[in-house]
Design a protein around this ligand. Structure first.
Ligand code: NAD
Length: 310
């Protein structure tokens, strides 16, 4: 049975454990500095399984040693951005947490694939790569699957397109720096510009960019977790199942799309070794410019991190 360890038994971590436990037969460990939360939620999830037919086992606790023997490690530990907090503040709070966890992962699960979720995503994925010392193909971050899921949702709700007919991807970084592939995408094999008015399409793109913030606005405290959990699980199942599925993933770029030395959302084929291959799609000039603009912003922030490679 494959072993998955999830660091952080908070909203995103616990929901991911729940969805994964039902979706496949897995050994799952949840590790959180709040010992009771990790133990209690692990018991709750396991007690949900008898009527589902799932053979998964879940354990939880504060001991980083639970990661031993893991095939996949999902990192959701840390803080979400709170009102008044800058991206730099968030980086300073979360980078040491991600570093500690990933150094321990490198010692106890040296063959694992690392999937980072903690924000700011592309920076924390870079920190995880540095702290673990893993080859870059075994480190990746989740944001693009969630952003793509939201884009498809808004294309459906605001523009009436059937989700199963839409072939699209959101690349780049999270939030303002996301790069939805408006020109490359198709709905029932037709360009989006042929099935939607320009204003409607622009509205969908903006609503997608604001998708996370809109939910935060409703919740008051905390951020989204159901759609993130399903997005993480979609990646996890592609990795563990060695499917080669192509998903938008924060992956290390070494020249693809003219970008080098950072993690950024691009289409990648996933398998048990992590990122098998990064696909270079024929993007329009505008799409490529959006991706490269996100890349230069991420590069600037990453150069200020000063993270040492293990
Ligand atoms: P949360 O506060 O509900 O959970 C975070 C958990 O991390 C808490 O239980 C906390 O005790 C734990 N934790 C803190 N330090 C730890 C450590 N050193 N070891 C183990 N556990 C530790 O937050 P959440 O809503 O689950 O979000 C978690 C992170 O995921 C945030 O940074 C959030 O911004 C991010 N997020 C990213 C995406 C994405 O698309 N990449 C989507 C949603 C959330």
């Amino acid at each position: 049975m494959d072993r998955v360890t999830i660091f952080g038994a908070g909203h995103v971590g616990a929901t991911t454990a729940f969805y994964l436990a039902i979706s496949a037969g897995l050994e799952i460990a949840m590790v959180d500095i709040e010992a009771g939360k990790a133990r209690g939620l692990a018991m709750d999830i396991e007690q949900a399984l008898p009527f589902t037919g799932s053979s998964s086992h879940i354990e939880g606790g504060p001991d980083y040693g639970l990661v031993e023997g893991s095939d996949l490690v999902v990192v959701t530990a840390g803080f979400a951005r709170m009102p008044g907090m800058s991206r730099t503040d968030l980086t300073q709070r979360n980078a040491p947490i991600i570093s500690d966890i990933c150094r321990e992962v490198a010692k106890k699960a040296p063959e694992a694939v690392l999937l980072v979720v903690t924000n700011p995503l592309d920076e924390m994925t870079y920190v995880a790569w540095q702290a673990s010392g893993f080859e870059h193909s075994r480190v990746m971050g989740m944001a693009g699957v969630l952003d793509t899921s939201r884009f498809v949702y808004f294309l459906h709700r605001l523009a009436g397109l059937e989700p199963r007919d839409v072939n699209t991807m959101v690349l780049g970084s999270h939030g303002d720096e996301m790069a939805p592939l408006v020109d490359w995408s198709k709905a029932a094999d037709r360009p989006l510009s042929e099935v939607l008015e320009a204003d409607a399409l622009a509205g969908v793109v903006q609503r997608t960019r604001d998708g996370g913030a809109e939910i935060v606005g409703h919740l008051g405290a905390g951020s989204a977790y159901y759609a993130p959990a399903v997005s993480i699980s979609t990646m996890a199942l592609a990795i563990l199942g060695d499917t080669g599925r192509v998903l938008p993933v924060s992956a290390y770029l070494s020249g693809q799309y003219g970008v080098e030395g950072i993690f950024l959302g691009v289409p990648a084929a996933l398998g048990r070794e992590g990122v098998r291959e990064i696909l270079e799609l024929p993007l329009s000039e505008q799409e490529l410019a959006g991706l490269q603009d996100a890349a230069s912003r991420v590069s600037r922030r990453v150069s200020g991190l000063g993270a040492d490679r293990r």
